[in-house]
Design a protein around this ligand. Structure first.
Ligand code: KIV
Ligand code: ZN
Length: 537
């Protein structure tokens, strides 16, 4: 159990600032406001609403968020500013209407950035950082200073700049891994060193801000928190420049799921995570990968038979958190080629399609054949298979083999092998002007029935080239148009589905004609074709 005095960190969401800087992820003002409202529902502590100096629209969006979402019990609203007087004025203009406002100013501290980007000497950087913080302090008392590219900066110089920023009035010190370069142990060591060596370190909140260029953003964030940082800067869905920022949902759920092993927690309402992720994805058009941790479509989906079997016995076998914890729809057992019989049975029960053990065995075989061809077997596919299975099960004759040859020009030939309930088989072949017609004729010749096809329908159950085809037919006994017997078939091959449907209808017709299934069905008809005989009509 986690001790009751576990510190609660400040969760700083920068989806609307660093996240919105992702190529192609721009949001309208109205969308930004909606996202900010949702972030407040999620109960983040700080919303970085934007970069007001960037444009009048950005300023306006930050102002609206500050006015609407920055209420007394709402989050702190922060605005970003370069260490420049005009930026700091604009940032204050944006956030000042919030009940709790923050100015976040930053300046690069790595040799590369100072020389090549800023053209400033280290002493000028120290002076500019302190001046920016001093200016911000004339507006509000919540000031964050970020040492951009901190992880490629000289730690001794970082101590100097940060000490000057604290002296000037900074209350939060952020150590960005701007280019996602750090390794977890290295990042933790840097945080620890700065906290130990910087004068005034104990008077401020230390913050971590990690980019994901090496896929380490979440690991680095957690390492920084373990090293004593008490603010984490994150974005929904890990949105952000290049490979993105540390993902809010990953950091929050790592701290939540491993609460006994980690040293801090968040105030976030985890049940809002999925909803927030979807909203951000929808508005930005940045699709969340299906295998994305926590919020991906497959985060709670299981396909492997062994996994599904384990899940059916006890969900903890393959789930370390519940879908409810993160507000997701629920665990999904995806039916595909790796699924086992237990998962098929469970899904059929959920669909209220009861099947006997015997039916399940043959249904499972057909399910596997379908799953080999289709990536996923949908509920509609399953219902079609069940309907088909009951036709086959109830029928007096069943289809064993079907071969057709067809094409243009020329006639089609169908060879059909049927079995009766005793397992006795007969074969017939017929020629017609199309493969379906030829198959129907071959069945007619085996069953010696005379009927009229009054309806024939075929359609795809689901989408895709490999979709299951469903066929329904209606037959009327010869000379009696008042009665009609229906039949249904489903198969990836529509000629097979057609033959199955036709045979199902013929089975009904045979039964209705009083020819009750006898033990030796074929022997009732001495004139029916013998095994392997050929009949051409
Ligand atoms: O990555 C970064 O360095 C930043 C700063 C502006 C905090 O986003
Ligand atoms: Zn950043």
């Amino acid at each position: 159990m986690q001790p009751t005095n576990t510190p609660t960190i400040t969760l700083f969401d920068t989806t609307l600032r660093d996240g919105e800087q992702s190529p192609g992820a721009s949001l309208t003002s109205a969308e930004k406001l909606e996202v900010a409202r949702q972030l407040a529902r999620l109960e983040v502590d700080v919303i970085e609403a934007g970069f007001p100096a960037a444009s009048p629209d950005d300023l306006e969006a930050v102002r609206r968020i500050a006015q609407t979402v920055g209420t007394a019990d709402g989050p702190i609203i922060a605005g970003l500013a370069r260490a420049m007087p005009g930026d700091i004025d604009a940032a204050w203009e944006g956030v000042r209407h919030a009940r709790r406002s923050r100015i976040h100013t930053f300046l690069a501290t790595s040799p590369l950035h100072m020389e090549r980007k800023l053209g400033l000497r280290p002493d000028q950087v120290v002076e500019r950082a302190a001046a920016a913080v001093r200016q911000a302090a004339t507006y509000c008392d919540d000031i964050e200073f970020s040492a951009e590219d901190a992880t490629r900066s000289d730690p001794g110089f970082l101590v100097e700049v940060i000490a000057a920023a604290i002296e000037a009035g900074a209350t939060t010190i952020n150590i960005p891994d701007t280019v996602g370069y750090a390794l977890p142990a290295e990042y933790a060591a840097l945080i620890l060193r700065l906290r130990t060596e910087t004068p005034g370190a104990n008077a401020v909140v230390w913050s971590v801000h990690c980019h994901d260029d090496l896929g380490l953003a979440t690991a680095n964030t957690l390492a920084g928190l373990e090293a004593g940082a008490r603010q984490a800067e994150v974005t929904i869905n890990g949105l952000g420049e290049r490979a993105g920022n540390a993902s809010l949902e990953e950091v929050v759920m790592a701290l939540h799921t491993r609460r006994s092993e980690t040293t801090c927690r968040t105030r976030v309402d985890t049940r809002q995570l999925t909803r927030t992720s979807r909203m951000v994805s929808h508005y930005t058009g940045m699709v969340v990968a299906p295998n994305k941790a926590i919020v991906g479509d497959n985060a709670f989906a299981h396909e492997a038979g062994i996994h599904q079997h384990g899940m059916l016995r006890d969900r903890r076998t393959y789930e370390i958190m519940t879908p409810t914890d993160v507000g997701a729809d629920g665990t999904r057992l995806v039916l595909g080629k790796h699924s086992g019989k237990a998962a098929l049975r469970q899904r059929l029960e959920q669909l209220e399609c009861p099947v006997t053990e015997e039916e399940l065995v043959s249904l499972f075989e057909r399910f596997k054949q379908l799953a080999e061809r289709q990536k996923q077997v949908t509920d509609r596919d399953l219902r079609a298979l069940v309907d088909h299975e009951s036709e086959v099960h109830d029928g007096r004759y069943s289809l064993v083999d079907l071969q057709v040859s067809c094409g243009r020009p020329g006639l089609s030939t169908a060879t059909v092998r049927l079995a009766d309930r005793n397992g006795e088989e007969r074969v017939a072949a017929s020629v017609a002007d199309g493969p379906v017609h030829a198959a129907f004729r071959a069945i007619d010749s085996l069953l010696q029935t005379s009927s009229t096809l009054v309806e024939y329908n075929v359609h795809g159950v689901s989408s895709g080239h490999d979709a299951l085809g469903e066929v329904t037919v209606r037959l009327a006994p010869a000379g009696d148009s008042s009665a009609a017997y229906g039949g249904y078939g489903a198969d990836i091959d529509i000629i097979t589905a057609s033959a199955q449907a036709y045979l199902a209808a013929q089975n009904r017709l045979v039964e209705a004609n009083g020819n009750e299934g006898s033990a030796a069905a074929w022997l009732d008809r001495p004139d029916s074709p013998r095994p392997e005989s050929e009949v051409y009509r």
